[in-house]
Design a protein around this ligand. Structure first.
Ligand code: SF4
Length: 342
């Protein structure tokens, strides 16, 4: 997904995620995975050892698993047992990005597997668990550790995306815990559909949730994703309430960035956008400060080639990206509810 220059001067990713990036549309031109030269820019002429990152030319999934050891050679029984315990996960790719997927420079890891079937999915190659490779939690955490100097220098951290992160809750929980033990800022990019898999322990290890609200109208949500909207709404309310004085994250309330993918003719009607805006405003009423921002992500055709390569019908093949005027109209709808919107 092409990156948009935000009003704040940063960049926002139209993406989708956890939908996240899976849905991403519009990728960041300036971001993507910085090359070693890019990392060097953060440290002057000195590049910490081992900061080579796969290069992703466009904002979809990362460029691959470069540098991560794949745990092949395990038999089926060991694989299943280790996945159940969270020692092993199915990982699609990773990349290093700046100004998307959370504050600072992020190590974004895309996990495989997703229960949704979004019409505009830009990462249809992450929807099945078998689309990823087996990687141990220890291996991934070793990669996180290597980037600690980058995270400290940029106030960045780790973002788990997908696919749908919460389809592999045990693995995600281990990664979040390990990252927090290193003092790393953590973000989860999710559609919220599997919010029931987010335990209170995981919540306490999460600083930011990138919540992809694909529609405010249940019927439209069903048409877009083939799944019901309610679990997403429930998760957002739970995240807001968890930071109340008697909540499980009262001492460190989780922040939420809401992402809304704007697709002409699908999600753009005023009533639908208004429902999303009112829902987000409700989260702010539950706990003021819950929603740090709303990102309106303009649909883009960057995933079309993947659908074609997979031999699947792409329902939005003829859909145009939204005009700047439409995008601004929708952003204004969110702003009219007092929400910080990019
Ligand atoms: S199908 Fe899954 S990965 Fe694709 S956009 Fe939807 S939530 Fe994201």
């Amino acid at each position: 997904m092409p990156t948009q220059t935000s009003a704040a001067g940063g960049t926002t990713s139209p993406l989708g995620g956890g939908a996240g990036r899976g849905a991403l549309l519009g990728a960041p031109a300036v971001l993507g995975s910085p090359s070693v030269d890019g990392v060097a820019g953060m440290f002057g002429a000195t590049v910490p050892d081992g900061l080579e990152a796969p290069t992703a030319p466009r904002r979809r999934t990362g460029a691959g698993l470069d540098g991560l050891a794949v745990a092949d050679g395990l038999d089926r029984g060991d694989t299943l047992a280790m996945m159940r315990s969270g020692e092993l996960g199915s990982v699609h790719s990773w990349e290093l990005v700046t100004a998307v997927d959370g504050p600072g420079t992020r190590l974004t890891v895309f996990l495989s597997g997703c229960p949704l079937r979004c019409l505009y999915c830009h990462n249809p190659d992450t929807l099945a668990m078998r689309d990823g490779e087996p990687v141990t939690a220890d291996e991934l955490l070793a990669r996180v550790r290597r980037y600690l100097p980058v995270f400290r220098a940029t106030h960045g951290g780790l973002t788990l995306s997908g696919g749908e992160v919460l389809q592999q809750p045990a693995f995600a929980a281990r990664i979040l815990r390990g990252a927090k033990e290193m003092g790393v800022h953590t973000a989860l990019d999710t559609s919220g559909f599997l919010g029931r898999n987010l335990t209170d322990t995981m919540l306490r290890d999460t600083d930011l949730v990138l919540l992809d609200v694909k529609s405010g109208d249940p019927e439209t949500y069903l048409r877009v994703t083939k799944r019901p909207l309610q679990p997403t709404l429930d998760l957002g309310r739970r995240l807001a309430a968890s930071g109340l004085p008697d909540g499980v994250t009262a001492d460190a309330p989780v922040e939420v960035w809401v992402r809304f993918v704007l697709v002409p003719g699908l999600t753009d009607d005023e009533r639908n956008v208004g429902l999303v805006a009112r829902y987000v405003a409700e989260l702010e009423e539950i706990r003021p400060g819950t929603v740090g921002r709303v990102e309106v992500l303009p649909f883009h055709q960057m995933g079309r080639d993947k659908w074609s390569a997979l031999g699947r019908d792409y329902a939005l093949a003829d859909t145009e990206p939204p005009s700047p005027e439409l995008t601004e109209r929708v952003r204004e709808q969110f702003r009219s509810h007092g929400l910080t919107t990019y």
